[in-house]
Design a protein around this ligand. Structure first.
Ligand SMILES: Nc1ncnc2c1ncn2[C@@H]1O[C@H](COP(=O)(O)OP(=O)(O)OP(=O)(O)O)[C@@H](O)[C@H]1O
Ligand SMILES: [Mg+2]
Length: 262
């Protein structure tokens, strides 16, 4: 039994019926737990199409996709929605926060979708995540009263609330200035290192991609290159970041690897 997180085999995607666009022409890739990968490639090469299929937001025209050992191509829409809510997190270029809700409420939103009953435990977990992304003092601000970078950090906390094993991000910093971009990526790497959450991030930013563990290059609907990036040594990275304090276990977490905060 393999513990591969994601196994995609020969994925194709054809948009349209009269005029057909072959957006994916046979993409195969595996993602392992805790991996931090970047997808790069020219505009129109199929990055978003691939990410949406890997995240089960779209169904491929053909091919097989296994996530956590389950063949998701066979699931119904409702089963998929449940599966996504439990196992996957998403961060988009435009954060899609609900403007009338506070930072805290936005982070809790996926848990409300999962179950109508909010719990105190979840609220404290959401606060902890907002603290982790540096927004301790903005917990009760409405989304509209936050800067672009702060809103994106709320979206990152929201992606983490259900403790997904895999987070898919489509140009998560495409809308941010270069300094905030660096901060957001540092945060993603920090989360990757601390919680062992795997990331697949579409980016146009070569500098950012170079900091991944792996770079996947796409061209014309195909993966043309797939290679290890120089990356950041996970131990070095770990030494550079402050340990996360876990209120539930009442201690600082400083060990690398899979750490359950709850
Ligand atoms: N809903 C759609 N209907 C028809 N064609 C589509 C649709 N979405 C994407 N395409 C086409 O599929 C191809 C791949 O698009 P995709 O959005 O995956 O590219 P991308 O690599 O994410 O580009 P970008 O860097 O500009 O975001 C493009 O030729 C695009 O025009
Ligand atoms: Mg795109």
């Amino acid at each position: 039994m393999t513990n591969t997180l994601l196994e995609a085999k020969d994925l194709t995607m054809v948009y349209g019926t009269v005029v057909k666009t072959h957006a994916l022409k046979g993409v195969s890739l595996n993602i392992e737990p805790g991996e931090f990968s970047s997808i790069i490639g020219y505009s129109g090469s199929g990055k978003t199409t691939l990410l949406n299929i890997l995240g089960t937001l779209d169904r491929p025209t053909s091919g097989v996709l296994r996530l956590l050992g389950e063949d998701v191509t066979k699931m119904s829409d409702l089963q998929l929605a449940n599966f996504r809510n439990r196992n996957l997190g998403f961060i988009f270029q435009f954060h899609h926060l609900l403007p009338e809700f506070t930072a805290l409420e936005n982070v809790l939103m996926p848990t409300w979708i999962r179950s109508r009953n909010g719990s105190l435990k979840l609220a404290s977990r959401a606060k902890e995540l907002l603290e982790l992304v540096g927004l301790k003092d903005r917990i009760n601000n409405k989304a509209t009263a936050l800067s672009g970078g702060q809103q994106q950090r709320v979206a990152i906390a929201r992606a983490l609330i259900n403790e997904p094993q895999l987070i898919l991000a489509d140009e998560p910093t495409g809308n941010l200035d270069s300094e905030t971009t660096e901060q957001v990526y540092e945060l993603l790497r920090n989360i990757n290192s601390t919680l062992n959450t795997a990331f697949v991030v579409v980016t146009h930013n070569d500098h950012i991609a170079a900091k991944s563990n792996r770079i996947i290059e796409m061209k014309d609907g195909l993966i043309t290159k797939d290679y290890p990036a120089a990356g950041m040594d996970r131990d070095v990275l770990w030494n550079e970041i402050a340990p996360v304090y876990c209120r539930h276990c009442n201690r600082e977490i400083s060990t690398e690897g899979t750490v359950a905060l709850l």
